[in-house]
Design a protein around this ligand. Sequence first.
Ligand code: AMP
Ligand code: GLY
Length: 432
Amino acid sequence: MKVLVIGSGGREHALAWKLAESEKVSYVYAAPGNGGTAREAKCSNVPFADNPEGWEQLISFAKKEEIDFTVVGPEAPLAEGIADVFRNAGLAIIGADKKSAELESSKVFSKTFMKKYGVRTAVSESFSDYEKAASYAGHYFASSLKPLVIKADGLAAGKGVVIAADYNEANNALVSFMKDSTLGEAGKTVVLEEFLEGKEVSVLAAVDVKDNKGSIVPFISARDHKRRFDGGEGPNTGGMGAIAPVPDYSEKAQADFITSILQPTLEGILQEQMDYRGFIFFGLMVHEDACSLLEYNVRLGDPETQAVLPLMDFDFADLCVSILEGRLQSFDFSWKEGAVCAPVAVAGGYPGTYRKGDVISIDEKVLQDTDVKLFAAGAVLNNDDQLVTSGGRVLALSAYGTNAEEAWNKAYQAMDAVQFEGMGYRKDIGKE
Ligand code: AMP
Ligand code: GLY
C-alpha cells in the first residue's frame, strides 16, 4: 500500500514512521512533512501545502501515485473539509468530515453536543454579547470562589482559553476576545465555564462511524504537559512532552470514562449522522475516579501521539484499513507492556517569539544505544542535509522503557545528546 500523511509536525512524523514500519506499506509520502519525514526510511516529502490551496495538487498527486489512503494529522484541514473533498474525489481518507470537525472547531457546537447527549462536562453558558458575558462573569464570582474558564468559540491555536481568577481577569479576557477581536472571528463568541479540579488525561481513540453504524475504540491513556516550565509553571504551550500510559488513571476512572463520556459521544455521533472515520481525542479532567470532558479534538494529540504510537503492538496501516472498512469493532488491539516518556525540545523564546534556523546537532549513537526515537516537529533539512530549527516545538524524543522510570531515564539521557542554540525543555515530563 502507498499512504499519504497530511501535516508537518511531530505527530505527522510519528504517523509516517509508524505507517512505514508496516510490511504492507511500500511507501509513505508526507505533505508537506518536515525534516524528520524527509529522512525516514520508505518515506519522502511532497511540497504541497496542507491548506485548501494545496488540495487540488494533493488530489491529483494521490490519483497519479495510486495512494491507497490518506491520513490527516492536524485539525485545520479537517475543519476546512478536506475529508469531504477527498471522498468526493473518490479517495480514501482517515479524518473527520467537516460536520464532525465542528466538535473541535466550535466550542459552542461541542458544548451543545455534550449537553444534548449527556456527556459529562463542566457547567457552561455561551455568549455573543459582551455585556451579557460580563454580567454572567459578575454573578459567577459573586457566588463562587473558583476561577472562571473563558473559551473562545473558534480555533485559536492554543490561545483561546483563559482561566480567570477574579472578575477583573475575566473582564480583561472578554474585552480582548469580544471587543478588541484579538483572536479575530474565533473570539467573537465565548463559552464561560466553571473551573474543574483534578488531573488531566488525554484519551486518543479510533472512530469508524458511517451510515449510522460504527464504534469508538480508545487507545492507551496519555498525558500532555502544557506549561512551559517545570512544576507546571509559566505560559501555556502546544505541549512540552507526553507520557503513556498515565499511572494515576485508575481502572475505575477508565470505566467511568466509557459510560459517562465515550458511550454518549458515540450515541451523539450516530444520531447526528456524522461521517466520522478517523481519530478523536478526549481531553479529560479526572477527579476522584470521575471523568469530565474538557474538550474534543477531531485528530490525534500532539505530542501524545509521539508517546502512544510506540506502544502499539499492531500494524497501524491495518488499523487504518479497518477504520475505512468499518471493521474497528473486531480489530485486534494489543499494547506493549511498559511506558513511553517523550519530552519536547523547544526553540529559545518559545512560546513567545522564538529563534529559527539553528543547526541541530545530534549524537546518533546515543539515540541508538538508548533506543530512543527522535520525532522532528519544527525542524527542516537545510541544503547541506542538516536538521535546522524552523518552529517553536522543535522535536520530541520518545523513549520506551519497561517501566516509567526507565523511560524517563532514557529520554533524558538522549536529550543530552541533542543540542541547538537556545534549546529548552522540561525535566519533569511524567513527574509533574
Ligand atoms: P480546552 O481547549 O478546552 O482543552 O482547554 C485548554 C486547557 O485549559 C485544558 O487543557 C485545561 O488545562 C484547561 N481547562 C479547560 N477547561 C477547563 C475547566 N473547565 N476547568 C479547568 N481547566 C480547564
Ligand atoms: N496535546 C493536546 C492537543 O493535541 O491538542
